[in-house]
Design a binder for this molecule. Structure first.
Ligand code: ZN
Length: 321
């Protein structure tokens, strides 16, 4: 019998047009412009072609428009899992009080359930923001897992790059001062583990996987960026990441963002964004190659199935936050 492949889960943070504009400091984001009518059918087609069922982390605010809800329902009806990506998508969630986080999570959860018919059981913070209070809220609300950590030393660098490319004011930058995390995030564990919250309370953490040892990110945004310089280099980088994951026995949680899969040719309103000069067909081509590479060594599942697998097949280390 062939040896069973290890698990790799795929998830997409369904950041909408307005949240890109908001984080970038562009005017008009507060009218909540949406590209779901273009993006959602596009991504569902690509995933269907690859026969993939993934997890979409949904922002509660997007359910306020009936048109958006139609597309969110479409995602669930295609058999994809829905996750909670907060209500307002504010990447300084870690500065909120317990009560404010609780409301943020609950509001998003109820809105997502209403729009899709499914209750989310996993959470990812916007901009990889998390706090101990957040973990406590998730545990209290009966969530299976948190997926908000990105163990990399590069967070501060990514933030600098983002600020340079944005029109944010000093105040706005201050509010975003922990966007993409601190340097110390790099010391966090790559393999899933349980946060020990005291009083026998725990919640499972499934980090976004970075390259073992080097802790370099290899989620799709990075691969598209490298692939644009050289496809050979991109494959080398990805294969190194996959090999290191295999050697170190690390399951993969692979992260996608909408703009990784669609170009400025389709989302003209964001055509000025970094990386949006690459057309959709090219991005989809790179995505398909990446998926094929990972699938050679790993079985591709949603995050919920990733959680179910590790909950039944392994004893997770407990870590105090
Ligand atoms: Zn997001």
């Amino acid at each position: 019998m062939a040896k069973q492949k290890k698990i790799a889960s795929i998830s997409l943070d369904l950041d909408n047009q307005w949240s890109y504009m908001k984080i970038h400091g562009d005017e008009g984001w507060d009218k909540y412009p949406s590209y779901f009518s273009i993006f959602v059918p596009h991504v569902l087609d690509v995933l269907d072609e690859l026969n993939l069922k993934i997890t979409f982390f949904i922002v509660g605010k997007d359910t306020e428009s009936g048109d958006n809800c139609r597309y969110l329902k479409m995602i669930a009806d295609h058999g994809h899992e829905v996750g909670n990506h907060s209500y307002h998508h504010e990447s300084w969630l870690q500065t909120y009080s317990y009560e404010k986080i609780d409301k943020e999570i609950q509001d998003a959860e109820e809105a997502i359930k209403m729009a899709t018919g499914k209750r989310p059981t996993g959470f990812r913070g916007p901009g990889f923001s998390w706090s101990v209070d957040l973990l406590r809220v998730l545990e209290k609300r009966g969530y299976d897992f948190d997926a908000s950590t990105l163990p990399t030393y590069l967070g501060p660098l990514a933030r600098m790059y983002y600020f340079k490319k944005s029109d944010l004011s000093k105040e706005e930058k201050k509010a975003r001062k922990e966007l993409f995390g601190k340097f110390s995030e790099g010391f966090r564990k790559l393999k899933p583990y349980k946060w020990d919250l005291g009083n026998n309370k725990t919640i499972t953490e499934i980090p976004v996987t970075t390259m073992p040892v080097f802790k370099l990110p290899f989620h799709l945004s990075y691969l598209i960026y490298i692939g644009n310089i050289s496809k050979g280099l991109m494959k080398l980088y990805l294969n190194t990441a996959i090999t290191l994951c295999k050697i170190t026995n690390t399951p993969i949680s692979f992260l996608l963002h909408p703009l990784d899969l669609i170009g400025g040719d389709q989302i003209t309103k964001l055509a000025f964004f970094p990386g949006m000069n690459v057309v959709s067909s090219k991005k989809v081509e790179i995505f398909k190659e990446v998926i094929t590479c990972i699938n050679r060594h790993y079985q591709l599942v949603s995050m919920g199935n990733h959680f179910n697998y590790i909950a039944t097949h392994s004893t997770l280390k407990e870590v105090k936050p």
